[in-house]
Ligand binder design. Structure first.
Ligand code: KIV
Ligand code: ZN
Length: 512
């Protein structure tokens, strides 16, 4: 059975989601998990965009094995050189070059004629190819391909194949395509482009009209061999085609498509939760495959049907995406072995002894305050323990004074990486406002709160609380999250999570 190549761009296009900014430590965690998930290509970033992106691509290239690691580059010499440099340690490097080809982009963004675009595309692919002499793996994307005149698109694709591209991607950059139309474009290229069968033809769909998965599947039906997608469908604007939807559609409807993927579907849920936790982007409850309700049958008729015969209302088995049906909670008397077994069951078999020990300490501390510890609590603890890149500011203590008839006051003490104690206090419109203002005073980084959410990780009054915040700092938005039994403490730590990201990351911006 023909295998479809799964190209994951969670760390590049996914990270372009508004407010998402992953540090190198978080990117590595996600990249390792993507390798365990079984994707074929990980697009780890855009090396010229910032020093942080360069370092992350280099780290993923150096550490993650068994997959191709791609780095994005505009069709410019400096971008391509930088991508090649970042990808040097990769086992299987790929340079992904893009250049817009549609009339709108040519006229308004690039101000270039067709001939110039053709020349630039050809030269940049040839340069990329020359920089990977031992691994001839160069992908070219004619950006906004779906709005490009088909005859010109054909010319561009032919030119880059001649120049040495090994994969040509046809992006629906603005999510404008309709499945039948996009499939026709793929069929047209398959039929008309010289040597098209010598390369991998790829698709990359955005979800502006909610059609990214449908378009990707239609394109596969028309002959595309690679799909670009992201975990939970995160990405620029309305996001990208969702990896779990594309993979599970191919898996569930093998009878229709007749294609396989290398993805271990049992790792899907775990990957989805990890990406959601680290990006701060919550998965909507009714999201296909990975939403909380995706396998929940609430009406009596459906429940009755599923009890009599599962397939009456279930087209996929929850176990196939990594949802376990048995959910025995642990408690404070559970030992290290039971805890380690539970970690394995939840998909954390790869943790080192040191990481297990750290998570076990957190688990015991939680066990002192909370009777039953559920799978979701344990996952939250692990993600929280692993994600900690050495923060610049740590919460040492806080005190809040509030209540009817009083002006809310917050006192905050932070500890810096070099063990200095910094403290300040201030009043605010409410306890959270006062708390965040006090942190601003200590760090000297003024943030504007755009969004604030609290959610209980499990049910019950003693549930762990997860606080997610979105904060604007100097016109750029950042997301942060933290968990604690005390939601005021979780709020302070979520806010500090943002501040630490800003201090740790060098931010770069580019124009096309
Ligand atoms: O959407 C798009 O066109 C892209 C390209 C860089 C592939 O993300
Ligand atoms: Zn994209």
């Amino acid at each position: 059975m023909k295998k479809i190549i799964i190209f994951d761009t969670t760390l590049r296009d996914g990270e372009q989601s508004a407010g998402v900014s992953l540090n190198i430590h978080e990117k590595l965690q996600i990249a390792h998990q993507l390798a365990r998930l079984g994707v074929d290509v990980i697009e780890a970033g855009f090396p010229i965009a910032s020093q942080g992106d360069f370092d992350a691509v280099k780290a993923v290239a150096g550490e993650v094995r068994g997959v191709t690691v791609a780095g994005l580059a505009r069709a410019l010499e400096k971008d391509i050189q930088r991508a090649a440099e970042a990808l040097k340690p990769a086992e299987r490097p790929r340079i992904h070059v893009f250049l817009a080809t549609s009339e709108i982009h040519r006229q308004y963004k690039l101000k270039k004629a067709k001939e110039e675009i053709l020349r630039q595309a050809r030269e940049s692919v040839a340069l990329a190819r020359s920089l990977l002499p031992n691994h001839p793996d160069v992908e070219f994307s004619p950006e906004d391909a779906s709005r490009t005149e088909p005859a010109f698109l054909k010319e561009v694709v032919e030119a880059v194949i001649e120049a040495g591209a090994t994969t040509v991607n046809i992006p629906d950059t603005v999510g404008y395509a309709i499945p039948e139309e996009y499939a026709s474009l793929i069929s047209y290229l398959k039929k008309e482009v010289k040597n098209i069968n010598k390369i991998h033809l790829s698709v990359h769909c955005h979800n502006d009209l909610g059609l990214a998965t449908a378009n990707s599947l239609a394109a596969i039906g028309a002959g595309a061999g690679q799909v670009e997608c992201t975990v939970n469908g995160i990405g620029e604007r309305a996001g990208n085609a969702s990896l779990e939807e594309v993979v599970m559609a191919l898996h569930t409807r093998k009878d229709f498509f007749g294609f396989s993927t290398g993805v271990n579907t049992k790792e899907i849920m775990h990957t989805s939760r990890l990406v959601s936790s680290l990006t701060g982007l919550r998965v909507q409850r009714n999201k296909a495959i990975v939403g909380e309700n995706a396998f929940a049958h609430s009406s009596g008729v459906h429940q009755d049907g599923v009890i009599k015969e599962r397939t009456t209302y279930e087209i996929m088995k929850p176990e196939d995406v990594g949802l376990t049906r048995t959910r025995l909670p642990l408690g404070k008397l559970s030992g290290r072995r039971a805890f380690a077994e539970k970690l394995k069951e939840l998909g954390y078999a790869h943790l080192t002894e040191k990481e297990i020990a750290e998570a076990f300490t957190e688990f015991k501390a939680l066990g002192d305050k909370k009777k039953l510890i559920y799978d979701e609590d344990i996952e939250a603890i692990v993600v929280n323990t692993l994600e900690e890149a050495p923060p610049v500011y740590r919460l040492d203590s806080l005190r809040i004074d509030c209540g009817p008839g009083t002006t809310p006051l917050a006192e905050v003490r932070l500890r810096t990486r070099d063990n200095k104690i910094l403290e300040n206090a201030t009043i605010g419109d409410g306890p959270i406002d006062a708390l965040f203002k006090a942190i601003d005073l200590v760090t000297g980084i003024p943030g504007k709160l755009l969004d604030y959410n609290v959610r209980a990780i499990t049910s019950g009054k003693d549930a762990l609380g997860e606080v997610s915040v979105e904060v604007d700092v100097e016109g750029k938005s950042y997301k942060g999250r933290a968990i604690s039994l005390d939601i005021i403490e979780a709020s302070a730590r979520a806010y500090l999570n943002v501040i630490n990201r800003i201090v740790q990351k060098t931010i770069g911006t580019l124009e096309d």
